[in-house]
Ligand binder design. Structure first.
Ligand SMILES: NC(=O)c1ccc[n+]([C@@H]2O[C@H](COP(=O)([O-])OP(=O)(O)OC[C@H]3O[C@@H](n4cnc5c(N)ncnc54)[C@H](O)[C@@H]3O)[C@@H](O)[C@H]2O)c1
Length: 403
């Protein structure tokens, strides 16, 4: 009898975590890949099931369901939330719908993963964080998709800093540079509309580097001084429904750009360390250059997303004659997430951050303790972004980040 119980335990399938995803374009494709793959790579306590995907156009969402492996398609996110086979709602839509979908999903008893930036305004983010606190009392979790924390080299950087390898931090330097808006003829998609996106490069790229800077340093920004600029103030309206990075072809006529093209800001971390940030979608030639350098009294770390398997590390306690930045290839089994992947030197890429995100979310829901960013983290980043905008509007006056 005891032997039969043991056999049953060994063969019992892990419980299912049904995923319902809203939006199926850029992030929808990336998240689909993450949910599809995580259980095949990692030994998970729950099995993610791609239950249903939601869009607004029946034919298009059914095609997306087939392409990305979803069992069903819905055309109204409320219907998606109401499904019994959906336990987690994954929000991959523009920012103007995050708050409404997330709060409704949490109130319906679902877990939520929401893309960054958490919301378009601090007020929306506060409402979401309040809903998350109420849901937590009922055993439901709410996460925000800061996927770059899941780059193994950056997770490793976090460990090194946590272990004191850099000592007291002095500087955090972060840039996130893209160039897809350099051409003034690039069309006016939702990302250039404040009502839909909240802000421009600031919310799109700045949210990532602000989160990373605070996550790696292990402390919040307490004040910022900022400049923002919109270099191209009118752009051609796209012909079709505005969507992905490229939008549609120009259909004649222009409309106003109502968000920033770029933001540059400095800040002070709680410990007194200084931080600087530059984010833009107009850095000609830079495609997805998220670069960080952190200097402490015992050493430094540097990272570039375009070489994401590498971390540069300088140990300042070594003899000066041989010390210097060295390239650590972050593909060893002792590096974060790597044990489950390929032999050393067989590198990972952008998409793997979403597999790691899916893994961490599943483990957190199942009661593990992976360090997954919550709605409270998303709200705090939103407050930093708001302080940046406030400072920029007041000629860069040093502006405290609301606690
Ligand atoms: N983590 C990252 O690295 C990263 C990268 C890009 C975008 N994002 C974030 O992801 C979110 C989505 O961006 P994206 O690049 O995927 O945009 P996208 O334009 O490629 O896709 C948006 C999707 O949302 C759908 N949609 C919009 N409103 C909807 C509604 N009311 N109901 C159902 N579907 C709706 C659209 O049809 C489309 O499928 C944004 O918050 C963005 O900031 C994160």
């Amino acid at each position: 009898m005891a032997q039969r119980d043991q056999t049953q335990q060994e063969t019992a399938a892990p419980p299912t975590l049904g995923i319902g995803m809203v939006g199926y374009a850029f992030m929808g494709a990336a998240h689909s890949q993450g949910w599809r793959t995580a259980g095949h790579v990692f030994d998970l306590p729950m099995r993610p099931a791609l239950a249903a995907v939601c869009g607004r156009d029946r034919a298009a969402v059914e095609a997306a369901a087939g392409r990305h492996g979803w069992a069903a398609a819905e055309t109204d996110w409320r219907a998606l939330i109401a499904r019994d086979d959906v336990h987690l709602v994954d929000i991959c839509t523009p920012g103007d719908s995050h708050a409404e979908i997330a709060v409704a999903a949490l109130e319906a008893g679902k877990h939520v993963l929401c893309e960054k930036p958490l919301a378009n305004t601090v007020a929306e983010a506060e409402a979401m964080a309040a809903a998350a606190r109420r849901a937590a009392a009922r055993g439901r979790s709410a996460f925000v998709g800061f996927n770059y924390r899941r780059v193994p080299a950056l997770a490793h950087a976090r460990r090194l800093i946590g272990d004191g390898r850099l000592g007291a931090l002095r500087h955090v330097r972060a840039v996130y540079l893209q160039d897809w808006l350099t051409d003034p003829a690039s069309p006016l998609t939702w990302r250039l509309d404040k009502d839909r996106a909240g802000s421009g490069a600031l919310g799109d790229l700045g949210a990532h580097v602000v989160d990373l800077a605070q996550y790696l340093a292990g402390e919040p920004l307490v004040a910022v001084s900022a400049l923002t600029e919109t270099f191209v103030r009118e752009r051609p309206r796209p012909a079709g429904p505005s969507g992905g990075l490229g939008g549609g072809a120009a259909a004649g006529g222009t409309g106003p750009v109502t968000v920033d093209d770029a933001a540059a800001f400095t800040g002070r971390l709680a410990s007194g360390a200084l931080a600087s940030f530059e984010v833009t979608r107009m850095a000609a030639g830079r495609k997805n250059a998220l670069r960080l350098e952190i200097n402490g009294e015992r050493g430094s770390l540097a990272f570039d997303l375009e070489r994401l398997n590498e971390l540069s590390f300088h140990d300042h306690t070594e003899p000066a004659a041989t010390a210097g930045f060295r390239r650590v290839l972050v593909t060893e089994p002792e590096h974060p997430y790597l044990e489950a992947w390929w032999p050393p030197g067989h590198t990972l890429g952008y998409e793997h951050t979403f597999v790691h995100q899916a893994r961490d979310v599943v483990c957190a829901i199942a009661g593990g303790t992976p360090d997954v960013p919550t709605f409270a983290d998303g709200l705090q980043v939103q407050r930093v972004l708001a302080a940046v905008e406030e400072s920029a509007a007041k000629n860069s006056v040093l502006t405290p980040v609301t606690l």
